[in-house]
Write a protein that binds this ligand. Structure first.
Ligand SMILES: [Zn+2]
Length: 206
């Protein structure tokens, strides 16, 4: 009996961790990435983010409001000079811009099922002594959830790329659910990584 009492806190911790992990899937809502590559007078910016951040949902759009949200997101992503705060003095023009909304992640279900099985094993071992049924129902709803991503790849050509020292993205202003972007910058002068957020959205370029 003592062993069971001792085991309970660990079990609860394990379940809580498993839930967090599964709800997040392989992406974390609120958190995306931006890869920046600078070469000569070209700069490429590749955004990848949960659709939740950019559109507000990750399922197929079924309502008029959801379709409008997708149109709005596409509009913002189609103006990369504004989105990423590219200073006018750099004289940049858009060469290519590929926007892809609502790419669903089928791969999530594998890891979800795995975690689900593990959790049920734990549940059965201890099912005489706890009341986790509510938690399990809750978890099952999340496992039905679809995860989708948004990707936007833009290439700019800049006449005065030397004037491009800082980016002032309006990404967080446009997309209310976005909280942070992990930024990786690759240029002739090396690599850098920086985390930008709603509070600190600026990016200094090398
Ligand atoms: Zn998701």
């Amino acid at each position: 009996m003592r062993a069971i009492i001792f085991a309970s806190p660990a079990l609860l911790t394990g379940v809580a961790f498993a839930q967090d992990h599964r709800q997040l899937g392989s992406h974390i809502h609120g958190s995306g990435s931006l890869d920046i590559a600078i070469e000569g007078d070209h700069i490429a910016l590749a955004l990848e983010a949960p659709a939740f951040d950019v559109v507000g949902f990750e399922t197929e759009a079924t309502s008029e409001a959801q379709r409008e949200a997708i149109d709005r997101a596409r509009e913002y992503l189609s103006d990369p000079l504004d989105l990423w705060g590219i200073t006018e003095s750099a004289g940049c023009g858009v060469e290519t811009n590929d926007v892809s909304l609502m790419q669903s992640h089928d791969s999530h279900s594998d890891s979800d099922d795995h975690a689900h099985d593990e959790e049920h094993d734990h549940g059965h071992e201890h099912e005489h002594e706890d009341d986790h049924d509510d938690d399990h129902d809750h978890v099952d709803e999340h496992e039905e959830a679809v995860h989708s991503s948004v990707a936007a790849n833009v290439e700019l050509h800049c006449e005065q790329i030397g004037n491009l020292t800082t980016l002032e993205p309006v990404y967080f202003e446009h997309f209310a659910n976005a909280e942070e972007l992990a930024v990786r910058i690759v240029s002739d002068s090396g690599q850098a990584t920086v985390e930008i957020s709603r509070d600190r959205p600026s990016i200094s370029l090398p």
